[in-house]
Design a binder for this molecule. Structure first.
Ligand code: NAD
Length: 269
C-alpha cells in the first residue's frame, strides 16, 4: 500500500481472511472469482491455501510448478497465473546479504512450505550439497527426494544428525516456526554454531530470533527473515502492476515498523 502510494498509484490491498468466513478455506473458489470479477490485479495467497489454489489456476510459473506452491495469483484477462515469490524473495535476500558467502555445503532445518522454497532457492544460488533436517523425518526425506529430482547434479539428502551435518557445513538455513514470538526457542543447539558458518533465518517476527542472536554472539555472519518477507512482496507488487517497486525503500519502511513494535529486536539503521 505504502509503496503504491509512493509511486503515485491508486493501489488498494485488502485482507481476505478465510478464518473469518463460515466456510473457511472452502471459500477459495468464490473469493478468486469475486476478486477477478471486481477488477483486482491479483491475490497473495498464504497458509493454508498455497496448494489448494493450484487446481483453480490456468498456468504456473516454473518455480510454482516445481514447488507445487503458489503465493501470488495474477489475473491476466480471463487467465489466472500462479507464481511463487517466496523462492525469489529468499534468493534476493541471499544475493544482497550473503553475496560472497561460501555456499558449497548447506544445512536446511524445516522441510515445510518455506523450507521447500528456500531449499529450491539455495540450490539455484549454487549450493552443491544440501542436508535437510526436520522434526518429522518423513518430511525431510520427501523434500530431499523432490529436490534431488529437480537438481540432479547436487547432493540433496535428509539427515537426522544435525551435529555432524553442521560440523562440515558452510551455511545453515532455518525454516521451521521455532523462534517465532509465539514459539520461542532454539531449533539448533547453540554449541553447533561456530564461524565460519553463516546462519540465515526465515522467521521474521521477531527479526532477531534466538538463533540469530546466538549465532551473532558466536561470531557467525547472519541474515534475518525480514528481507525475504519484503522481497517476496516486492516481486508480487511487480507482477501485479508491471512496475518495479523500490525494494530498498520497502525494506527501510518494514524495518522501521518492526523497530516501532519491538525496538530491542531490530538493529539500528
Ligand atoms: P510448515 O508448517 O509448512 O513447515 C514447518 C516445518 O518445520 C514442518 O515440516 C515441521 O515438522 C518442521 N519443524 C517444526 N519445528 C521444528 C524444529 N524444532 N526442528 C526441525 N523442524 C521443525 O510452515 P512454513 O510455512 O514452512 O513456515 C515456517 C516458518 O517460516 C514460519 O515461521 C513462517 O512464518 C516462516 N516464513 C517466513 C517467510 C518470509 O517471508 N520470511 C515466508 C514463509 C514462511
Amino acid at each position: 500500500m505504502t509503496e503504491g502510494t509512493a509511486l503515485g498509484l491508486h493501489y488498494s490491498y485488502e485482507l481476505l481472511d478465510t478464518d473469518l468466513l463460515p466456510e473457511g478455506a472452502q471459500a477459495l473458489p468464490r473469493l478468486l472469482a469475486e476478486a477477478q470479477r471486481s477488477g483486482y490485479a491479483g491475490l497473495n495467497i498464504t497458509y493454508p491455501c498455497k496448494q489448494a489454489v493450484i487446481p483453480l489456476l490456468d498456468t504456473l510459473s516454473p518455480e510454482a510448478d516445481a514447488l507445487q506452491s503458489v503465493n501470488t495469483v495474477v489475473f491476466a484477462g480471463t487467465q489466472r497465473i500462479g507464481y511463487n515469490t517466496d523462492c525469489w524473495g529468499f534468493a534476493e535476500n541471499l544475493r544482497r546479504g550473503l553475496a560472497d558467502a561460501i555456499r558449497q555445503r548447506v544445512v536446511l532445518v524445516g522441510a515445510g512450505g518455506a523450507g521447500s522454497a528456500v531449499g529450491y532457492a539455495v540450490l539455484q544460488w549454487g549450493a552443491r550439497t544440501l542436508q535437510i533436517h526436520d522434526l518429522d523425518p518423513q518430511r525431510a526425506l520427501a523434500l530431499a527426494a523432490r529436490l534431488s529430482t529437480q537438481f540432479p547434479n547436487c547432493g540433496v539428502t535428509a539427515t537426522g544428525d544435525l551435529e555432524s551435518a553442521l560440523a562440515h557445513a558452510d551455511g545453515l538455513i532455518h525454516a521451521s516456526p521455532m523462534g517465532m514470538a509465539k514459539l520461542p526457542g532454539l531449533p539448533v543447539p547453540a554449541q553447533f554454531l561456530r564461524p565460519p558458518l553463516w546462519v540465515a533465518d526465515v522467521v521474521y517476527v521477531p527479526l532477531v530470533t534466538q538463533l540469530l542472536a546466538q549465532a551473532r554472539a558466536a561470531g557467525c555472519r547472519t541474515l534475518d527473515g525480514g528481507g525475504m518477507a519484503v522481497f517476496q512482496a516486492a516481486k508480487a507488487f511487480e507482477l501485479f502492476t508491471g512496475i518495479k517497486p523500490d525494494a530498498e525503500r520497502m525494506l527501510t519502511g518494514f524495518n522501521a515498523r518492526m523497530r516501532l513494535n519491538n525496538p530491542a529486536a531490530v538493529p539500528p539503521p
